[in-house]
Design a protein. Structure first.
Length: 246
């Protein structure tokens, strides 16, 4: 697994460098920016592609594992043989977290982002190493569906598209996606997680695996609720037109 993780992380760094180089060559505005801002612009384009790939792979795994939604044994089953689509989704997420943490270390980022990425990395590495509970990893990965929408609304705001009806539509979609995927969906997963624990888990599932993953998902839910406050404030301002007057 370490070889695959290193390879995917290296591929992401190379893609980032290529995107930055392309942006600097094609856009005079990006070329005029300082290096940290250029890195941020390249990272935004990566945030469109990589989370989408993770969500697609997770959906593919969950679609072929529909029994896991009502069968406790399937949710905690171990995987043998070739790497599954769900495990590749986790591999990409773990590599992407490492890639972004390297950017944070080089150019700085808030504490909440560090905590979010470290918890996501812990969740991934846990089930990738044990090849157990892939259902849970892919189910949590569905929350990344909000990321491209977040980046799109930020880019539209910075390029002056806030007067367009499409901007209001994107903000509304992002607010709904966040509430559905990052709050309601995680509450459903934690409820299912608690029910599994209360009925007892298979013997092959280590206790620390259950504890670390449960606490990490709970932490992600708390962060999602904290971030939902400013997201709701922005949503209200855009929907009522107050952001335009400001």
């Amino acid at each position: 697994m370490l070889v695959e993780l290193t390879g995917v992380t290296g591929a992401l760094l190379l893609q980032h460098a290529a995107v930055r180089r392309l942006l600097c060559r094609c856009s005079p505005q990006v070329r005029a920016l300082e290096v940290p801002q250029q890195q941020q612009e390249a990272n935004r384009y990566m945030l469109f592609v990589v989370p989408s790939a993770m969500v697609i792979l997770s959906c593919a795994f969950l679609y072929h594992s529909l029994d896991s939604f009502h069968d406790r044994e399937s949710r905690w089953s171990s995987i043998d043989g070739p790497t599954s689509a769900g495990e590749w989704a986790g591999m990409i997420l773990a590599s992407f977290m490492v890639y972004e943490l390297l950017l944070y270390a080089a150019y700085g980022k808030g504490l909440a982002f560090w905590v979010h990425h470290l918890m996501a990395l812990v969740i991934c590495l846990n089930w990738l190493v044990l090849r157990t509970g892939t259902f849970w990893g892919c189910a949590v990965l569905l929350t990344e569906a909000t990321t491209p929408c977040l980046v799109a609304t930020r880019m539209m705001k910075e390029t002056g598209w806030t007067q367009e009806p499409f901007y209001k539509f994107c903000v509304a979609c992002f607010w709904l996606f966040w509430a559905a995927a990052r709050i309601c969906w995680l509450v459903v997963l934690l409820s299912l997680f608690y029910r599994d624990i209360s009925h007892g888990l298979p013997e092959h599932v280590p206790l620390y695996f259950v504890a670390v993953n449960g606490l990490s998902v709970l932490g992600l839910l708390v962060l999602s609720c904290v971030w939902f406050v400013p997201i709701t404030r922005i949503f209200y301002q855009v929907m009522t037109g107050k952001s335009r007057r400001q």
